[in-house]
Ligand binder design. Structure first.
Ligand code: ADQ
Length: 465
């Protein structure tokens, strides 16, 4: 880790749905390994340096695992029963809050029986944090699963500083109003000293809802509530830029990228998509836009190939299974209609790739398509840019991803406009190289400067008294 200017150190307690480690192996060979992902990468060195703890669920129901240390970090598992995993995680978190907060892309379900488990699990996290925290510690609560924790923790431990960061969008007031528990959620969040969002619009939406549903007064960036001042603002999350850049320069990754290009056809432009299989990510419309481009004969399978890498997620939720079927249908149709021997139109991989392999694909891709209907940030867009050390490559980015706020030099698209997206793909394939280089260079400068360490540091600074 390079030396960085850090905020004054106090111990830090992270409270998140999941621990930053997962079990690997079975029986006697079972061990904990660090999970991948930006949040874990950013917070691990800070926790190792400052001391503190990470509280979260292990991922297994009714898991009796007690506290343990891993890689210099104190882990405090918070248990959940199988019934709680169902109601708290699969139901209210992923069938109510997730769709509601993403512009109600799927109709959110409101079931009064799911609220009780949400409160119970939040209370358990708050009590665990209250047990672990020492006076003056900074407790950083993450994401939509745990929105009640800040107020519950303040009740138990008024002597700690509390920050909350929402990784997904906070919806406009008209949508948030649908939530039967809207007031409880706002009061829960107002327990924090700082409530952070990916974009300024998120902070604005939250402040308006707070003023509407509670006696809070103030502005979009500062609220007065219950005799306290709460700061709200945008803290766009990012990636470990340097790490992605360096990975992309490893000889074995460069060789893997060359082999991908050879296998797909060296003369073809590669259009890459990397997503969690989620209905917010706009995978279906993007495939339709590619299909339209072929139909319009704006490009052929000799000119280009689409590669869709999709990691399965939330499979027990019915909407996810339906979406997967729909995507697989479109892939089948496009390939049936347009593929030629040795020239598959769409390569579809439904699995997780090791990091180096993912980076090899980023490196091989001429065009990266990131077109969610709505996304808190979208780290894939930033990861792609970080790997393009020679300023080559084109990013096509949805206006509705948080990342679009910073990445204005991408080719911005409206993911619901299939014609517009198809035209943007065509433009990306034929773009003037000098224009592309200039765009990529500006994008890289922005993300290099605002990496994930800068994100963590600016949030931690905001929470200082
Ligand atoms: P996610 O919705 O999970 O996160 P995103 O920001 O795109 O979305 O991150 C996905 C991560 O998974 C990336 O780091 C990517 O490399 C990785 N990934 C995706 N497909 C993969 C595959 N097939 N194999 C291996 N890795 C794969 C939520 C919000 C986002 C927000 C993040 C962080 O929904 O908007 O950016 O949190 O705050």
């Amino acid at each position: 880790m390079p030396a960085r200017k850090r905020a004054a150190p106090s111990r830090m307690i992270i409270v998140a749905n999941r621990l930053p480690v997962r079990r690997q192996g079975t029986g006697d060979n079972q061990r904990w390994v660090r999970s991948s992902g930006g949040l874990v990468t950013a917070l691990t060195p800070i926790l190792q340096e400052r001391g503190g703890a990470w509280l979260g669920w292990t991922g297994t129901g009714d898991d009796p695992t007690g506290p343990f240390d891993h890689d210099g970090i104190h882990m405090r598992p918070v248990p959940m029963s199988a019934a709680e995993i169902e109601a708290f995680y699969h139901e209210i978190s992923n069938r109510t809050l997730w769709p509601l907060y993403h512009d109600a892309i799927r109709t959110p379900e409101f079931d009064r029986r799911w609220w009780g488990p949400y409160v119970t699990v939040n209370q358990r996290f708050a009590e665990a944090a209250a047990e672990v925290a020492k006076k003056g510690d900074f407790v950083w609560v993450h994401d939509y699963h745990l929105q009640l924790v800040p107020a519950m923790l303040r009740e138990l431990r008024p002597d700690v500083r509390i920050g909350f960061f929402l990784h997904i969008p906070f919806p406009p007031e008209e949508l948030f109003a649908w939530l039967p528990w809207r007031e409880q959620i706002i009061r829960g969040l107002l327990g924090a000293d700082v409530v952070g969002f990916q974009t300024y619009a998120g902070a604005q939406n939250f402040s308006r809802a707070a003023r509407k549903y509670t006696p809070a007064t103030g502005t979009d960036t500062q609220l007065e509530y219950d005799g306290r001042t709460i700061r709200t603002g945008s803290y766009p999350i990012s990636i470990d830029f340097k790490d992605f850049e360096e990975t992309a320069q490893k000889p074995e990754v460069v060789a893997a990228a060359e082999s991908i290009r050879r296998n797909l056809g060296a003369s073809r432009k590669i259009l890459l998509c990397v997503d969690r299989l989620d209905y917010t990510k706009g995978i279906d419309q993007r495939l339709s836009a590619f299909e339209l481009m072929l139909e319009r004969k704006a490009a052929t399978v000799e000119d280009c190939v689409m590669v869709q890498i999709a990691v399965p997620s939330r499979e027990p939720v019915p909407e996810y299974a339906a979406m997967r079927r729909r995507i697989e249908q479109i892939v089948g149709r496009v390939n049936g209609d347009y593929s030629e021997p040795g020239r598959i139109a769409v390569h579809y991989f439904r699995r997780s790739f090791p990091r180096d392999q993912l980076v090899a694909y980023y490196l091989a891709a001429d065009v990266m398509l990131v077109t969610p209907y709505r996304d808190g940030m979208n780290l894939v867009a930033k990861e792609y840019v970080a790997t393009r050390a020679d300023n080559s490559g084109v990013l096509v980015l949805s206006e509705f991803a948080g990342a679009a706020q910073e990445m204005r030099r991408a080719l911005l698209v409206n993911p619901r406009d299939v014609d517009g997206m198809s035209a943007a793909m065509e433009r990306a394939i034929h773009i003037d190289p000098a224009d592309a280089k200039q765009r990529m260079s500006i994008l890289r400068t922005t993300i290099r400067r605002h990496d994930v360490f800068d994100w963590a540091d600016s949030f931690i600074r905001a929470v200082q008294p």
